[in-house]
Design a protein around this ligand. Structure first.
Ligand code: 5GP
Ligand code: ZN
Length: 117
């Protein structure tokens, strides 16, 4: 069932507290934690607590929850005192997606080139 926790999902395990993470913010519907392999001085992952495979399926099935994730990226950026930052959703292995639980990468604290690689 879309939205239900998946036994084999790393981020569902972080939501359940079964795997430790450095949590920077939590709401009723979302968790934000530091990426284990940061690509910038600030690299935080914002995820819905419910399991959806990627950003598009999240937004299709649960648009308010997708909005919660986006709102939280802004809240984390303010908490981290970032004036500029980038929000990235990788979808598909060709784009670098490795965890099949929707997540926003919030990246900042250094110069960010455009277009990205
Ligand atoms: P993706 O590659 O799917 O867009 O992003 C997955 C992210 O999760 C990667 O940036 C990776 O470093 C991060 N990650 C993988 N395993 C863990 C973990 O156990 N804990 C944390 N905090 N981040 C993880
Ligand atoms: Zn999951």
């Amino acid at each position: 069932m879309p939205g239900e926790p998946q036994d084999d999902c790393l981020f569902c395990k972080i939501v359940a507290g079964q795997i430790p993470a450095t949590i920077v913010r939590e709401t009723e519907t979302t968790v934000a934690f530091r990426d284990i392999n940061p690509q910038a001085p600030t690299h935080v992952l914002v995820i819905p607590k419910a399991h959806y495979e990627n950003a598009g399926s999240l937004a299709t099935a649960a648009p308010e929850l997708a909005a919660d994730v986006l709102r939280e990226t802004q809240a984390v950026a303010e908490q981290e005192k970032l004036e500029s930052y980038r929000t990235v959703f990788n979808t598909g292995s060709g784009a670098g997606q490795t965890v099949w639980h929707a997540h926003a990468h919030l990246i900042g604290g250094r110069g960010l080139h455009w277009p990205p690689g």
